[in-house]
Design a binder for this molecule. Sequence first.
Ligand SMILES: Nc1ncnc2c1ncn2[C@@H]1O[C@H](COP(=O)(O)OP(=O)(O)OP(=O)(O)O)[C@@H](O)[C@H]1O
Length: 489
Amino acid sequence: MASTVVRPDWNLENSLYLTVDGKPAVLWFTQDEFKVSALGRQGGAPEAVKLCTALKHVLHAELVNGQAEIATLALKQKAHVVLRIHGRHREGEEEIAQAWMGRLKSAAGCVVPGRRVKVIVNPFGGQGKGRHIWEHRARPVFEAAKCLVDVTMTTHGGHAEELASALDVDAYDAIAVVSGDGVVYETFNGLAKHKQPRRALRMPVAHIPAGSGNAFTVSLLGIKDCRDVALAALNVVKGRVMAMDLASCTQGDTRRITFVSQTLGLMADLDLGTEGMRWMGDKRFIVGFIRGVITMKPCPVKIWLKVAESDKQKMADVFRMHAGAKGGEAGNGDAVGPTVAADGALDGDEELPPLKYRDTDNEGWVEFPEKIIYLYGGMMPYVSRDFMQFPVAEMNDGYLDLCLQTPTSRGTLLGSQDGAEAGKQFFLPSQHYFKVHAYRAIPLAKQGNVAIDGERWPFLPFQVEVHPGLGRTLSMLGRWAGEGGFLAE
Ligand SMILES: Nc1ncnc2c1ncn2[C@@H]1O[C@H](COP(=O)(O)OP(=O)(O)OP(=O)(O)O)[C@@H](O)[C@H]1O
């Protein structure tokens, strides 16, 4: 690693002298950074920084038989990897070293060793790289943070659902799913089928990206970091437990949990109609979008809404107010354990929340009066790396976000993709955006596509209703990433 000149942020309080690889070195931390430097020739101030990484990347520090061991993430080429530093403290400085390690761990928000994580890996996810991603890029982070992992490689579709439905919820602190969004969908649905569903859904579910659609990771980490597996693993080992809205999607007698999206019309066609292009990764969604805009098929459907807010400006104002109140990063730390959900889910009621709305309810509902070309419902900002469909989505605001795109020119729709990664299409007049408690869609065409969390559903009427704070995830940010995209500009 190239050496850089030492900045004057070195102070005795936060520094520790060690002999690393037979050479004197000093390790120190500031409010945001952890650094290692070769010591000056006279044993004085450090001369050149050998390592500089974010303080939150420090995974663990301890003294073992007088030997200091520190594990941190460090950037190697374009991705983070685990770096271990071993060194011997100076004669008679054991107590100093011990105290310094404690200060480092507390400043870096290191968790108490022993976080128990159930890891579910789809070995075939991400064009067959799932196993490799877990073994070589994620597992080392869990080991360095001293987590206890119990790993299952899925052997068939639906396996994650079976595992989650039979999970011993006392045996784990969190579930990490190494896959695309499809296996996370199965995991939430398995927890919902558990004999104690509410209790099971209090188990945080986090994601390590190994699929072609990784909306969950993009929404947890943001566009810049979402491909960095080590950072996704860091989010599992150091993230705080956050309540997260989930929803039920019902169709006839079927009731399933949805956590990412529901689509009909152009957006469902592009999701399900591009299955053969999975080799492209998430670029297949862009190709599908352009294809859909060129065809511009109408989407005949009746839509009924239980609206909470329909004024985009008000939604943006509320979002900014909440973002301001939450501040920047919520920090990290050992926060595994139940948090209180918005709907008081810790009140001992173990059943899945009963549905509030029937598919015949009309009181207080409104019918959307215009024609649409697509419907897009969801609860997290990103639906792919290039597309922030829901810039004002919040992790636990208790609403579903629903976009109804009415017909407009092809130029406008294609132009809306410029800045879509920051949600700039939000204020398009032809795009109607609602915060709803529930909605119902009754397709009127003979055939078409309905995609719920990327899974094909029968092309029949469906209804979706939100369950505020029913699920849990892990987040070092304490909110969805993206900060409202262009709204933060
Ligand atoms: N071992 C397995 N064999 C076959 N199918 C599996 C296996 N494990 C999981 N699946 C299925 O694979 C599907 C896709 O999984 P996943 O969520 O990992 O990726 P994706 O992004 O949806 O797609 P991709 O396969 O393109 O990465 C899920 O519906 C799941 O049921």
